[in-house]
Design a protein around this ligand. Sequence first.
Ligand code: SF4
Length: 359
Amino acid sequence: MTALRQTLKSAADLADAGLISRPRAEEIAEVADRYAAAVTPAMAALIDPADAGDPIARQFIPDRRELDRHPAELSDPIGDDLKSPVPGLVHRYKDRVLVKLAAACAVYCRFCFRREMVGPGKAAALSESELANALDYIRAHPEIWEVILTGGDPLILSPRRIAQVTAALAEIPHVKILRWHTRVPVVAPERVTDALAAALRSAAKTVYVALHANHPRELTDPAREACARLIDAGLAMVSQTVLLKGVNDDAATLEALMRAFVETRIKPYYLHHGDLAPGTAHLRTTIGEGQALMRDLRRRLSGLALPTYVLDIPGAHGKVPVGPSYLYETENAAGYTVEDARGEAHAYEDCCAGPTATV
Ligand code: SF4
């Protein structure tokens, strides 16, 4: 396939590019109308059209099953709207807020937990007045230590716009950390220019970039170079991965992905259990399957390369680690049973010197 120059945005585009057959394009046209579709040239180049189970295609090419909505699935799976005091801002945890700067993305992931809120037809970015209101809210809440810039994908905005946001947040004394959530360095690495890196950088604040990638093939040479450009500019990077059936739900794939992150100077941060986004049941694993994979990963990887497996509790209750657990209370004894990485159990006596005496 010759290299594409433009993002593919419809079922017909995907067929024209040879990524799917014409009958398949007819089958999924309705899905692409319902939920936004976009495949960048970088991701299209990774797809093997001859492989019916291609893990990159599975993430970006619409599937008929997306029209099947499970009764447990929710339009707002993690409850953003329940914790939104001003438009575009979510205040779920005391010391941090999300600012949803953009409602568009370079690609549209078929499992996206904000799929009802992103894509064409939605306001592409926060307006000036909405951004001003969000900044006023942050200024008025001294408990906000960290601001997470998200969307959509905020790195689709121009470096000029990003620099404005960085500068405005840099002037708020109680904000110490800026964290940008993005897929851009992987799905559109050509957008990660020196100008973008400079716009993200702040002399006054510590800036993290949280990179979303789900399969080791996504960490191409251009993607690794894009990440290096950000890190060499002084930004720290962590990763986020969504556990996806048929994409990365095997230990070897996750192991390769986590090693690729660490080799790129990115600390693996979260492995997300698939959210209850509408029409995504065919891409979700069970929590038990996720826990078994984490057990396997602990046997294979150093702590540096291990993410935390988390579930975002529906109803805006926040994220929690969901195991597996290696520690069990032992009945009728002051102790525990601890399981090692090989699955062998060991007794552990939980002892300490007791309370410090007061004079
Ligand atoms: S890039 Fe993020 S926000 Fe955009 S579709 Fe993918 S998961 Fe959703």
